[in-house]
Design a protein around this ligand. Structure first.
Ligand code: ATP
Ligand code: PAU
Length: 446
């Protein structure tokens, strides 16, 4: 799928700036504004995950059902991003406050630690106790009780690692009072592969939770605990209108499709908190984007590759319908700028080496579109097959990146003619770790 709109810049005051330009300093800053047709497509910079902690726009709807690509004007006042000091220093992912209830009371005295060791990344979810005043108003009307009688609250924190040694060092640092009877909760392939080393290094027991169960338990918990956990993305809207959440009644959440994009992709049909099925999967996921990206560009890590993609113009490397037809293929409804063949302009057979050198940014962009388009279409097909109206995308691949979300949303909206809605999650990469965090006895709730 191609994108017709291109961007130019204009200056506006910081107050009206879109949330993903937070790093740009003072008074006036450049903001990208959509205009019709210009040669090069420039995208917004990669977004900082923290921004989504409190800057979503609320959109109310009577039914909780799909209304594709709407920008409602009935926004509630959005609280200032009053993240506590420790959150401003390091974390990229907003903490969650656990409701003050019997089930979680034990976390006031015992630290709960959970790790999801996947094919690429290690995600950690751990509890901490604070007596700091926290911005409960940012829970947007959620009336649960969060503070215990002594004013203390239990937080759930999120952190990711790329390396097992660093994970173990980090856990040794934060979990100093651990005892041999304590348990580390674990999920993902590494909960099998690395169980011995984790138990030996930390001197604790390991409790494993099945990866799919963890994903489902995690997403269920986050959706039902965080009123604004999920959001829709509207690329062409301005400012915080780009990110809209719509509170949804618990009984309307189900059924839905969960597409978890990690190294590979798992697709789950979720009928209720305890009834789900892994209906499909694909090997063309985040690992593919990183693997091919590292072979085809000089990027040194995922962030560099993603940032490169955000600067690239895929039309220099992709063959579009107009490159083949000279314009649109109207009989099939294929627009002129639709991608006909990803990277098809890179074919160098029979050419002198280096004659057709392509910019790494353009290749990265093409690659991101190729992977995301493919996932979007696959998600749509599964959604249609099971007659589901909402598709939640999880996994660390998404990174709340504008191109990725735009492509996925565009694909779902385009193919389903607005019937199916694409939704994203603030804690996208932590569903599995969150689920295993909540697992009391290795069984979760049946
Ligand atoms: N900083 C990063 N370093 C590495 N990969 C990243 C980073 N940020 C995002 N990613 C993307 O996230 C993907 C991994 O996502 P995730 O952690 O959800 O999956 P995983 O658990 O490692 O894999 P799987 O579930 O398939 O075992 C990578 O393949 C990459 O595309
Ligand atoms: C193997 C897992 C489940 C590991 O998380 C994941 O990478 C995945 O779902 N891969 C896709 C496998 C498939 O083709 O169904």
């Amino acid at each position: 799928m191609g994108h017709t709109s291109v961007l130019s810049t204009r200056r506006i005051s910081p107050r009206g700036s879109p949330p993903n330009l937070r790093r740009t300093p003072p008074k006036f800053r450049k903001v990208l504004v959509l205009k019709e047709k210009r040669p090069a497509e420039i995208e917004d910079p990669v977004m900082d995950e923290l921004l989504l902690s409190s800057k979503l726009k609320r959109v109310d709807s009577a039914t909780g059902c799909v209304s594709p690509r709407v920008a409602s004007s009935d926004a509630l006042p959005i609280p200032a991003p009053t993240t506590p000091r420790q959150a401003q220093k390091a974390p990229k992912t907003p903490y969650v406050i656990l409701p003050a209830c019997d089930a979680f009371e034990k976390f006031r005295s015992i630290r709960r630690v959970s790790v999801d060791i996947g094919g690429t990344l290690i995600k950690v979810v751990y509890s901490s106790v604070t007596d700091e005043e926290l911005p409960e108003e940012s829970l947007n009307g959620n009336t649960r009780k969060y503070a215990y009688e002594d004013g203390k609250r239990v937080l759930v924190n999120f952190k990711k690692f790329t390396d097992l040694d660093r994970l173990i060092n980090f856990l040794k640092e934060i979990w100093t009072d651990r005892k041999s009877g304590d348990t580390i909760h674990c999920t993902g392939g590494g909960s099998y592969k690395y169980s011995e080393i984790i138990m030996k290094e930390l001197g604790v027991r390991l409790q494993r939770t099945d990866e799919m169960r963890s994903l489902i338990f995690g997403v269920n918990f986050l959706l039902s605990t965080n009123v604004d956990e999920s959001f829709t993305y509207h690329h062409d809207a301005v400012g915080r209108n780009k990110f809209q959440y719509r509170p949804i009644a618990a009984d309307l959440i189900y059924p839905f499709l969960l597409v978890n994009i990690g190294t590979g992709i798992s697709i789950l049909k979720v009928d209720s908190p305890t009834s789900y099925e892994r209906v499909g999967g694909s090997s063309m996921g985040g690992g593919t984007f990183m693997g091919l990206g590292s072979m085809l560009t000089p990027a040194q890590n995922f962030d560099e590759l993603l940032e490169m993609a955000n600067r690239g113009d895929h039309r220099n490397v992709d063959k579009l319908v107009c490159d083949i037809y000279g314009g649109a293929y109207d009989e099939l409804g294929l627009k002129a700028d639709l991608i006909a063949g990803s990277m098809a302009k890179c074919n160098r057979f029979g050419e002198l080496p280096k004659k057709q050198a392509h910019k790494p940014e353009d290749i990265a962009k093409s690659l991101l579109l190729m992977v995301s388009n493919n996932i979007g279409q696959m998600a749509y097909l599964y959604g249609t097959r099971y007659n589901l109206k909402r598709i939640y995308f999880g996994g660390y691949f998404i990174r709340q990146d504008p191109i990725t979300m735009r492509t996925l949303s565009f694909a779902i909206n385009y193919w389903s003619k607005g019937e199916i809605e694409a939704l994203y999650l603030k804690h996208e990469g932590y569903l599995g770790a969150m689920g295993s965090f909540l697992d009391e006895d290795g069984k979760l709730d049946d």
